[in-house]
Design a protein around this ligand. Structure first.
Ligand SMILES: N[C@@H](CCC(=O)N[C@@H](CSS)C(=O)NCC(=O)O)C(=O)O
Ligand SMILES: [Fe+2]
Length: 259
């Protein structure tokens, strides 16, 4: 299991700073996490959007944080990731995505890997089904980690819904299995923070979704057809996101997390 960290953890407990940020054109949530117990206040952004990179960086600056990682839950089809822009604006920021996404980034993660910022860490859980390379990032388990835990589910699990499965290698039966084995197996008070919401929801819990999610509460695998139009930006977003956003990262090739 790879274990990646840029700053040495101390014996101190972590102190989480958490912000949920919203991009309204694609209804995308970006999440900012930092460890205030560490002198550097190291931070990461989950699923940044190109259009709101400057807004996100203004929060990072105002709060005196040091951005270390820009990480994606999957290759987004509806917006261009902000990771490439962030790398250009903040020297030293590393982009992270799953190895299974087959795309470019500085570091790749696999199921079971841990991403550390200071004394905090995120556990990587493979949750394919919306796309082949989808992962859920879950805050660490342990006495020095925030409780209840928090799961950043990307488009695998939305609040009272889930990601569509009609392109990018999607499979509703695989998504059903991923959600049940990797997300519904977490403690019931685990917070669910998705990559999108189209109805104004901001947060849910594992227990709530196990009871009320209409697509995922059946006893057996169901195949659903959402009949949604393709995302407007799909032809721009997917090729751009395969190379970490609009920036050309070919001169700085990706390395496995364990390298
Ligand atoms: N209308 C939007 C795209 C909406 C959409 O398809 N959302 C995806 C997540 S982004 S890949 C999805 O899985 N939706 C599930 C649902 O139930 O809405 C646009 O044109 O960008
Ligand atoms: Fe998606």
């Amino acid at each position: 299991m790879a274990n990646y960290s840029t700053s040495s953890p101390s014996s101190q407990s972590s102190k989480l700073l958490f912000r949920q940020l919203f991009e309204k054109e694609s209804s995308t949530y970006t999440y900012l996490l930092a460890d205030l117990s560490h002198p550097d206040k190291p931070a990461l952004l989950v699923d940044p959007v190109d259009k709101t990179v400057d807004r996100d960086l203004s929060v990072v600056k105002d709060l005196g944080l040091k951005l270390i990682y820009a990480i994606n839950t999957h290759i987004h089809a509806d917006h261009v990731t902000g990771t490439g822009l962030l790398k250009g604006k903040v020297p030293g920021v590393k982009s992270i995505i799953s190895k299974a996404s087959n795309s470019k980034a500085d570091l790749f993660v696999d199921h079971g890997d841990k991403i550390h910022i200071g004394n905090l860490f995120l556990e990587v859980r493979a949750t394919p089904g919306h796309t082949l390379g989808c992962v859920t990032y879950v805050t660490g388990d342990g006495p020095d980690q925030p409780q209840p835990r928090m799961a950043f589910t990307g488009d695998a699990l939305l609040i009272r819904g889930c990601g569509r499965t009609d392109f990018q290698g999607g499979s509703s039966s695989q998504l059903y299995k991923s959600v049940h084995s990797q997300i519904f197996s977490l403690p019931k008070d685990t917070f669910i923070y998705p990559a999108h919401d189209y109805r104004g929801f901001t947060v849910s819990t594992v227990g709530e979704e196990m009871l009320y999610n209409p697509r995922l509460t059946k006893d057996e695998v169901i195949i659903w057809h959402l009949n949604l139009p393709y995302p407007k930006l799909i032809d721009v977003a997917v090729p751009a996101n395969m190379v970490c956003g609009l920036q050309d990262v070919s001169k700085d090739p990706a390395k496995p997390l364990s390298a």
